[in-house]
Design a protein around this ligand. Structure first.
Ligand code: NAP
Length: 324
């Protein structure tokens, strides 16, 4: 390995297409364990690096930037969310931060739809009955769930992913769309009818509530006991954004007390969910292991975008997918 090459630390094995592109120009070290690097592995791994390719499970803060050294130029997150990175601190130090938007939008929107349907039709309980040999006959009153056609979806955070979820639900099931966003949106912003409302109005009037806001100080525990109290008893809550957006203790109460119909989660707090977490006992909750972007093409495209951000940052160019 040429010792004059700039160094890149890659915090996990990502699709090879991204590694190959980096290895042409840089000295690349990949943390090859199946699990994320421990804090001490991360701190030692980034030492002397000019670029870091991080994952959402890696907390990249001032301590990591210090451990890398003053030559660190760019942090490229293999995700669209970047709540794991202290962006203001990176900006203060003149370190560029990038992410991988757009290429995982459809894959993640599809998982939200899968969770909406699976929760509405109680697929976890139904599958468990098959698996446990509890399925005895066709039951006229058994396994009844909710219809999508003619119902209302509330999209909390009508950005790239939220608007694709809404488009699918309007086009496929003729659902009415309510939404929230940070900024006011013009009526003709979306190629389907959608009404921007306050969060409380959305929670009160939606049959399906799908969360798509980024995790920030403003959105942490955005949905808690008060918010569950506003929802219909037949409401389904789906979260493909970040686990911390829901107050999980309040969710467990709402599910146990049948305050809502069910929840479909691709994300939780913490991840993975501990063995004895009470959420596991809620049969009206379907939990996936954070697989929103897990299609072959989305993950390859994320690897290419993450590598492109590093290539640009390390050659003195603006990042193609910048965060700061
Ligand atoms: P995006 O395009 O930036 O959309 C975020 C939306 O949230 C925007 O509409 C924004 O409003 C709105 N928003 C931001 N802060 C808000 C607040 N405080 N209150 C209400 N609305 C707020 O992001 P995206 O690409 O759709 O991704 C959304 C999130 O999904 C990511 O941040 C990530 O955490 C998560 N994600 C998860 C997976 C997974 O594997 N499960 C995959 C991809 C992404 P404006 O439009 O007015 O700015």
């Amino acid at each position: 390995m040429d010792s004059n090459l700039q160094k890149v630390f890659v915090a996990r094995r990502i699709p090879q297409i991204g590694i190959d592109s980096l290895a042409q120009q840089f000295a690349v070290t990949v943390h090859s364990g199946q699990l994320p690097p421990t804090r001490s592995e991360l701190l030692s791994g980034v030492g002397g690096c000019h670029g870091i390719l991080s994952l959402l499970s890696d907390r990249i803060d001032g301590e990591v930037m210090d451990a890398a050294g003053a030559q660190l130029k760019v942090i490229s997150n293999f995700a669209v969310g970047f709540n794991n990175i202290d962006v203001p601190e990176a900006t203060r130090r003149g370190i560029a931060v990038g992410n991988t938007p757009d290429v995982l939008t459809d894959a993640t929107a599809d998982i939200a739809i899968a969770l909406i349907m699976a929760t509405a039709r109680r697929l976890r309980e139904a599958w468990q009955a098959v698996d446990n040999l509890a399925w005895k006959t066709w039951e006229p009153t058994g396994w009844r769930g909710l219809d999508l056609v003619g119902s209302t979806v509330g999209i909390v955070g009508m950005g790239r992913i939220g608007s694709k979820v809404a488009q699918r639900l309007y086009g496929g099931w003729n659902m009415r769309v309510l939404f929230t966003a940070h900024r006011a949106k013009a009526e003709d912003t979306f190629p389907f009818p959608a009404r921007q409302v306050a969060l409380d109005e959305l929670l009160t009037n939606s049959d399906f509530i799908s969360l798509h806001v980024p995790l920030s100080a403003d959105t942490r525990h955005l949905i808690g006991a008060r918010e569950f109290g506003l929802m219909k008893e037949t409401a389904v809550v789906v979260n493909t954004a970040r686990g911390e957006i829901i107050n999980q203790a309040a969710l467990v109460n709402a599910l146990r007390n049948k305050q809502i119909f069910g929840a479909g989660l691709d994300v939780c707090d913490p991840e993975p969910l501990p063995e004895y977490d009470p959420l596991r006992q809620c049969e009206n909750c379907l939990l996936l292991p954070h697989i929103g972007s897990a299609t072959y093409s989305a993950r390859d495209a994320m690897a290419v975008r993450a590598a492109d951000n590093l290539l640009a940052g390390l050659t003195g160019n603006p990042l193609p997918y910048p965060v700061n």
